[in-house]
Write a protein that binds this ligand. Structure first.
Ligand SMILES: [Zn+2]
Length: 123
């Protein structure tokens, strides 16, 4: 008996693209496919030694979700106000960022386009 795709119930044709999942065949186009596995390489190693391993989406998150308190540096949220000294109107803008302290928050936002006015801790 010829095999059918369980989704569309059509008999497979010779040159259709299929995938095997749990010992059953499906048309690739009949499935919703989500790529979840990644290969991790160390870019500082030569190609032979660079492969570290595989991980999936569940292995990706914020440090605070993955590790215990005390295993990482805690960041605080700061509101940084700044102006652009190169514009004539010079409007005051602000941005919220995470940083270890006020100095780092200021340093991260400062540039030739952004003159920092104030840095305030946000709770
Ligand atoms: Zn199908």
């Amino acid at each position: 008996m010829m095999k059918k795709c369980p989704i569309c119930d059509k008999t497979f044709r010779e040159f259709e693209d299929i995938v095997e999942v749990e010992y059953k065949y499906y048309h690739e186009d009949c499935l919703e496919i989500v790529p979840i596995r990644y290969c991790a390489y160390n870019p500082n190693e030569d190609s032979e030694d660079s492969f570290i391993g595989q991980f999936d989406n569940d292995d990706k998150s914020w440090v605070s979700d993955m590790m215990d308190d005390g295993d990482f540096l805690e960041e605080k949220r700061f509101k940084v106000s700044f102006t652009n000294p190169l514009t004539a109107s010079n409007p005051v803008e602000s941005i919220d960022i995470f940083a270890l302290d006020e100095d780092e928050a200021k340093e991260r936002i400062s540039s030739e386009y952004r003159q920092v006015l104030t840095v305030k801790l946000v709770n």
